[in-house]
Design a protein around this ligand. Sequence first.
Ligand code: PLP
Length: 504
Amino acid sequence: MSGYLDESEFMMVEEGFTTRDLLENLLMEVSQTSDKGAFFVADLGDVVKKHLRFLKALPHVKPFYAVKCNSSEGVVRTLAALGAGFDCANKTQSTMTPVGKPTFLHLCLVLRRIPGLTPALISPGADPYTLLVMPLLQTEIALVQSIGVPPDKIIYTNPCKQISQIKYAASHGVQLMAFDNEVELRKVARSHPHARMVLCIATDNPRSSAFLSVKFGATLKSCRHLLETAKEMNVEIVGISFHVGSGCLDLKAFPRSIADARLVFEMGAELGYKMHLLDIGGGFPGTENSKVRFEEIAATINSALDLYFPEGCGVEIIAKPGRYYVASAFTLAVNVIDKQEVPLDPPGSDDEESSSKKNILYYINDGIYGSFSCIFFDRTCPSPVLHKKPGPHHPLFNSSLWGPSCDGQDCIADGLELPELQVGDWLTFENMGAYTIAASSSFNGYQQPRINYTMSREAVRLLQGKLPLPEEEDRESMCTPLSCGWEITDTLCITPVFTPARIT
Ligand code: PLP
């Protein structure tokens, strides 16, 4: 698989055996042990499927996966094997490149168990202490390069970079970098003489779930000055980038920003620039229940590109999808660790009907400081799938789900109508791949859940080059069997169809 992904790193599933079957198997296994830790099932075939869908919908756009969205090893390796590029936002802190003895800080970090770090990630000759702290510090460029991704497949997109990190990029051959202000240009002029800069422009789309232009992006008014300043400083500008905001629901957002980018290309041409790169960022939906379909957004992009950057115009188009690639591939299983009944109304209330109703608080073993950190990003209320099917006339109770930390804000979902659950019951949450693990912390000493990677045999064969990449018109039909995902219609109660394990 182009040397990026080894079969020992995931469970291969045969045709007819779904991720749900695998999840059922794992739940059975785990239920027999005393350790009922939360865990993920990550369907790498779903990532392969998304890649094919991307190539079909946006045939003129090269994807650079936004590592910040989910930097788990299986995802990064799968996308590297598929030939995607990578959008990285950092390398590491300058103090984190130890040679010789570890510092006190290293020892503190080493003493913690670091999930997700396997020997396969370690490049030959690398310092073990650096490697141990890498995953905690979101060392994106180092992570991607450690698996063998060449520097020309990396774009360093953070427009505001620490000087030591600019130098790191320079010494590791990463040339493509974003900026949006004059101070950054000065830093780059001094620290990275071979940088190829992309001017990041602001977008006007506050309807995204995470609007980025409040923090990043040059206004159209300031672009001319920035382009002139870059010329004076001898900094090479190769293109324009934007990001419409994560979770973008406005179909006009991409065309609007592509038109703005055209204006800045023209501004650049007047100043003698020959820019040849347009980066249309991320913001594509990652799940099927999104209000806007990926293909609808892609259609608006294609029309705008035809108008402003037609084929043959000499401009290469790239995108930086994050959630699109990973959201639907990850399912999280959590265990109920405690529960308590509380009155629906505050003490002293004389509303008889409400005080006779049960109101149950459930405590589960992952929370908002862990994998449910996506609640901050997406402002959503995750809805659980019950593992145990309740009886037909089971009463439903007003229920809320709470994380394991000792913090009153650690509430995952409220106002749910659930049948009564018991300690030890399992709940699963779908679409948990984007901004979940990536933004989780070890607050209160809790560890990230283990990730169980899986992939269908057909997706494996495609990655091994034994199946040709489908022609454009065939790509959609190829998508279905590559993922070993499952269909769930009832979000609360599902009947698992158990098939004996056929994991090779
Ligand atoms: N590129 C940059 C610079 C970003 O900041 C982000 C996310 O905020 C992304 C790409 C990925 O965005 P998304 O996950 O919405 O596709």
